[in-house]
Design a protein around this ligand. Sequence first.
Ligand code: URA
Ligand code: ZN
Length: 413
Amino acid sequence: MPSSKKKPQQPAQGEPSNPTAPAVETTDPQTNKPNIVDIHTHMYPVSYIKLLESRNTIPLIRSFPGHPEPRLVLLPSEVPLLSNPSPSHPPGRPLTEAYTSLDAKIAFMDKHNISISVLSLANPWLEFLSTSPDPSSLLEPALRINVEFEVMCNQHPGRLYFFGVLPLHPENTLCALPLVLSMKMKFKHCRGVIIGTNGLGKGLDDPDMEDVFEMLEEDDLPIFLHPHYGLPNQVFGERAEKGEYGHVLSLALGFPMETTVAVSRMYLSGMFDKFPKLKVILAHGGGTLPFLAARIESCIRHDGYLHKKEKEGRGKIKRSIWEVLNSQVYLDAVVYGEVGLKAAIQASGERGVERLMFGTDHPFFPPLEEGEEEWGSVVMNTEAVNKGLGEGSKEARMVLGENAIKILNLEKP
Ligand code: URA
Ligand code: ZN
């Protein structure tokens, strides 16, 4: 527990950033527009699609009568709808080529002025295989998917990188470790790993995760932490279970809360202190962490149990959540509005603007009207940065691309 005598390092509220590191020039000289780097952009490679097609529990791909496109059903909140699908609006979402085609990804990037994308497998990664009795059975699919991403990156030199997937299994870490160890050597374009909040099945405060964190820290492979499970269905009530609110409650509230809980558990268990060089990039602007960090800090400082534990020398959280936020945690800028964007920057410390990286969450949240080419969800994210930080400003350019280039060691476009 942080000492109550030591004032935790609060972020400077509303203070302009004063980054000392030299800016990487990422403006397109022809259009004078910033070259955007998208660090939150997913794909499902061919081998993964085949896996989903072979399944009859979620995640799965299924066709429904009257609907030409097969549907991708991923979310636990959709399970009740699978047994009784509405003929007009069955569960899931249409599996368009945006999920699977590299040409579609590149066309999307070109349309939205995105120079570089850091691809990742979308949720739920390989977690559904973790019930297999043999942990090593995850190794082959993980390897294959990472190879598929590396091949895609090689097809568009300078434009694509990726976060790899790990074969995490509740039984042990042994199958994950060889892959982590070989990641940098095998995959030239790999810039970290995407993992869910489950870890090896018991969350990210699980002592068994320490081996994985240690390897990632040693190899300087950042974790891109992404939600999938949301909150239990009962939280959202019967009407949500019947599908009345679409995916809104799960995605808008369940996802960010899940990320917040996962990273708070990591923090409370002392994982950040144990692995002080481990870098964790939080999806969706850190869930609700920027808004709740001060409350977490207050609850820690006023918790009788933690206070006693510290007094008795049985454990102490060495750094405040603010210190972790401005040293080991990075946030994506997938927040869709100025208010959230500014909160994310302020929560990330005096130099918080150096810690945010633009993302789109493509291919999720596509336009719904036929013929619409521009993705409104992307425009919202871009406008949040431009309005919040000033279009063309140094800060906007940092969040839109320069930060990612530095943090993830990408080549300048
Ligand atoms: N964004 C994601 O990354 N996954 C989903 O399932 C929905 C939105
Ligand atoms: Zn995502």
